[in-house]
Design a protein around this ligand. Structure first.
Ligand SMILES: O=c1ccn([C@@H]2O[C@H](COP(=O)(O)O)[C@@H](O)[C@H]2O)c(=O)[nH]1
Length: 290
């Protein structure tokens, strides 16, 4: 894959995210309207419910956290009305000036990847936030349309590398005939795309805060990536300050810790959400900015 072109006149995603993390702390709040949370918040498990849920989170935390990460699946399960709700949540987040990482985990052959890129990364698309999560398991090169469009529009991508679930191990730790693990190869290819970018590039990786010493075990060089490292697994999946510091070590300054249920469980009260997000951000800052 060729290196993406520089964004025409726009501040690239990596630089915008670095500034947001400095201003608000290295925390991303996931917007995951689980059926159980909708019930606890007094909302219906339908498109109107997920829309209201997302808008309440944006209203309570907009301008107070580095980023939001709406989980597309929870919106898509309500069909076209749910997708429209996701569009409204992305628009609301844009309106309050908080970065949005749309967690859609898309990945396909290059020609189809171009269509996904148009949906999540093109100017004027209602589903475009500031970045999108993508899957490299059809080959890292298949992500070229997304990496290139992101670079042209000042947006970013987060490539799955070492995911927070235990099943990810069987694919991501696999070692090729060249002796390089899948995770290490993904990270190395992201590093090529981020070479020379300051303060960091716009091609990030997803590395779970729950993965322990997986980076070491797989030979994955997280420092060399020179891009943002999205770290889900904080809160409900059990990771906290200690795990973040242990997983990321010398790469910690580029980490955006992500918590969904750990913060959302404090809702629907806006003050409760703010207190939970502030506590999670303080923990992330202590672990990652020391
Ligand atoms: O490796 C990964 C990649 C993505 N996720 C997503 O993050 C949130 C986690 O939610 P919590 O409630 O904080 O557990 C969810 O949307 C996942 O799909 C992940 O957990 N791990």
């Amino acid at each position: 894959m060729s290196a993406p072109r520089a964004a025409g006149g726009r501040v690239p995603f990596g630089a915008r995210l670095a500034a947001a993390m400095d201003a608000h702390g290295p925390l991303c709040v996931g917007i995951d309207p689980h059926a159980s949370l909708l019930d606890a918040w007094g909302l219906g498990d339908d498109a109107a419910g997920v829309r209201e849920f997302g808008l309440r989170v944006v209203d309570a935390l907009g301008g107070r956290v580095a980023a939001f990460k709406p989980q597309a699946a929870f919106f898509e399960r309500h069909g076209s009305a749910g997708v429209a709700a996701l569009e409204d949540v992305i628009a609301a987040s844009r309106a309050v000036g908080t970065l949005t990482v749309v967690d859609a985990k898309r990945g396909d052959i290059g020609s189809t990847m171009g269509a996904y890129a148009d949906a999540f990364l093109a100017d004027g698309s209602p589903l475009a936030g500031d970045a999108v999560t993508v899957s490299p398991y059809l080959g890292f090169g298949s992500l070229a349309p997304a990496a290139e469009l992101a670079a042209r529009t000042g947006r970013g991508i987060f490539v799955l590398c070492l995911t927070s679930n235990k099943e990810g191990h069987e694919v991501q730790h696999a070692v090729g005939p060249d002796g390089v693990s899948v995770a290490a190869a993904v990270a190395a290819q992201a590093a090529v795309l981020n070479a020379g970018a300051e303060p960091m590039g716009s091609v990030g990786l997803v590395v779970g805060a729950t993965v322990g010493d997986a980076a070491l075990e797989t030979g994955t060089d997280l420092v060399a990536v020179n891009g943002p490292l999205l770290a889900p697994g904080v809160g409900a999946q059990g990771a906290g300050e200690r795990e973040l510091a242990a997983v990321f070590g010398a790469a910690r300054r580029h980490v955006l810790a992500s918590s969904s249920r750990g913060v959302l469980a404090a809702g629907p009260d806006a003050d409760g959400l703010r207190a939970a997000a502030a506590a999670a951000a303080a923990d992330a800052r202590a672990a990652l900015r020391a």
